[in-house]
Design a protein around this ligand. Structure first.
Ligand code: SAM
Length: 285
């Protein structure tokens, strides 16, 4: 059998490649090109429009950091909104918190949910069937513009700002998220690999910071988001959420009784320390 190679097309002139050791699924939905294959190193890999979204081996880093950081910083979040997240990993991690009473997930492409339930079952691990969950198939920007629900945490777990994900990096989307947040709520979002997508960090700061009292970024290295640390956008009107003492974070983490493989309170606190090149970009240097 000849092994083919998947080369990621996100960054012009540079890309990571994976051997396609087994092609599992390939389909063009009304929104994007869906691909799942097995790779000897990373396990099953999901790519959308030629861009790696998640892999079995390293998904835990990204999903733990976009959920446990805002949830344990907030401390009392009961209602959560996930935009995107069709693979179900984000939902799985949010539901680990028994204090969370309701999760709405707004995903534009039913095919991603269906494909990931079948080929990446470990990502959702039954989360889609949790009674606290409601799934809405819609464009996230329209949902936050029109919905009557309010949330304590909004997580934008979207693709990169190309194709259907582009609208999730606009001021219109951020205004909608602000509208849907309860007082003291938090908005977090995947914001790309800063070393290669620094303009996306600048753009998010320019569009998001006028809407919130406290807007910044935090980061973590996710091996298959190639090129360095991935940045996560943070926005809240309660600066105290980023000042939670280490001992209190530790208490909340232990009280939550959740098992993690990347997140811990020290990583939480340290993740807000940004490399100088990102700080320089954010201060206009
Ligand atoms: N972890 C990945 C990353 O950081 O690249 C994201 C994973 S998840 C698969 C991204 C999801 O966003 C996909 O399921 C895609 O269908 C969904 N999506 C893209 N644009 C969207 C939109 N405008 N509204 C709702 N969901 C959207």
């Amino acid at each position: 059998m000849t092994t083919t190679t998947f080369v990621e097309t996100l960054h012009g002139g540079y890309g990571q490649s994976f051997s396609v050791d087994e092609l599992l699924f390939e389909h063009r939905s009304e929104h994007q090109e869906l691909l799942i294959f097995r790779n000897a190193t990373f396990g099953r890999v999901l790519a959308l429009d030629g861009i790696v979204q998640t892999t079995e081996r390293d998904e835990f880093i990204y999903h733990e950091m976009l959920t446990h950081v805002p949830l344990l910083a907030h401390g009392q979040a009961k209602r959560v909104l996930i935009i995107g997240g069709g693979d179900g990993g984000m939902l799985r991690e949010v539901l680990k918190h028994s204090s969370v009473e309701a999760v709405t997930q707004v995903e534009i492409d039913q095919a991603v949910i269906d494909m990931c339930r079948r080929y990446l079952p470990g990502h959702s691990a039954g989360a889609f069937d949790d009674p606290r969950v409601s799934i809405v198939i819609a464009d996230g920007v329209e949902y936050v513009r029109d919905c009557h629900e309010r949330y304590d945490l909004i997580i934008s777990d979207c693709t990169d700002p190309v194709g259907p994900g582009e609208v999730l990096f606009t001021s219109e989307f951020y205004v909608g998220c602000k509208r849907c947040l309860n007082p003291g709520g938090v908005f977090v979002a995947q914001n790309g690999v800063a070393f290669l997508q620094l303009d996306e960090v600048r753009n998010t700061q320019r569009r998001l910071s006028p809407l919130f009292t406290d807007q910044t970024f935090y980061c973590a290295a996710v091996p298959t988001y190639a090129g360095g640390v991935m940045t996560f956008a943070w926005a809240s009107d309660n600066p105290a959420l980023r000042q939670v003492a280490g001992a209190e974070l530790e208490r909340r983490y232990l009280a939550a009784a959740i098992r993690t493989r990347y997140y811990n309170p020290q990583i939480h606190t340290g993740s807000f320390a940004l490399p100088q090149y990102i700080l320089d970009a954010l201060s206009g240097n």
